[in-house]
Design a protein around this ligand. Structure first.
Ligand code: 13P
Length: 249
């Protein structure tokens, strides 16, 4: 049985004070929740406040991005070692917004994945097609390419902590959720690519999250799919009640 991971991606929202307010309200709502793992990924400046607020709780804290080098002259960047030092356990890698707006390529995603795994962080590698690709019947090709390149030259042993998130770009922030069946089909394909890269046994244990307009109203149906091992939630994770409702689907 794969334990589900319900993760919040706060994107560029909230200040440290708002982060503390969130946890004050959120933690009591999920304190008895053991069925799933819970993760919150705030922006870099909010990480210390989040780690402090979540200390001793059942909620882990992760970052939304990282650089693949250990240190160096890379203005504005943050390394895996820095994330670990402030108490992060997870990091999102290759989110479609990084790919779309910040020129992140499949190769960069691969470098970041390798560095995160090497450092002992749990990376959540994001893949997903844009609307034009889906409409042109290219979804499978795109997902295969993104997985192949993301997983390149990583051994199954090194990849042990890897988590993948399928986030169809047309479903992000649009209110258009993938149907459970559509998401399930994409997850099967991704699992197949993981089997090619890391072996069947690894693929059987790999957690693949769904992301894209997950809300309290649709979480149950999505999470009921055997292929869906959790959620990566944007907008609906900003409100403590709404994110708790998703966690407790
Ligand atoms: P929304 O839940 O706002 O659609 O965002 C999804 C997402 O991008 C999570 O990483």
């Amino acid at each position: 049985m794969r334990k589900k991971l319900i993760a919040a991606n706060w994107k560029m929202f909230k200040t440290p004070d708002e982060t503390r307010d969130f946890f004050r309200e959120f933690l009591p709502l999920v304190s008895d929740h053991e069925r799933d793992e819970i993760l919150v990924c705030p922006s870099f400046v909010n990480l210390p406040a989040a780690v402090e607020a979540a200390k001793g709780s059942n909620v882990a804290i992760g970052a939304q991005d990282m650089h693949w080098e250990k240190q160096g002259a890379f203005t504005g960047e943050t390394s895996a070692g820095m994330l670990l030092a402030v108490g992060c356990t997870h990091v999102i890698v290759g989110h479609s917004e990084r790919r779309q707006y910040f020129g992140e390529t499949d190769d960069i995603v691969n470098f970041k994945l390798k560095a995160a795994l090497e450092a002992g962080l749990t990376p959540i590698a994001c893949v997903g097609e844009v609307l034009e690709e889906r409409e042109a019947g290219l979804t499978e090709d795109v997902l295969r390419r993104q997985c192949l390149r993301a997983f390149h030259a990583i051994s199954a042993k090194k990849a042990a902590k890897l988590v993948v998130a399928y986030e169809p770009v047309w479903a992000i922030g649009t209110g258009k959720t993938a149907t459970p069946q559509l998401a399930s089909d994409a997850h099967l394909l991704i699992r197949g690519e993981a089997a090619k890269a890391f072996g069947e046994e690894f693929a059987g244990q790999l957690r693949i999250l769904y992301g894209g307009s997950v809300k309290p109203e649709n979480a149950k149906a999505l999470m009921a799919e055997a292929e869906i091992d959790g959620a990566l939630v944007g907008g609906a994770s900003l409100d403590p009640k709404s994110f708790a409702a998703i966690v407790k689907y």
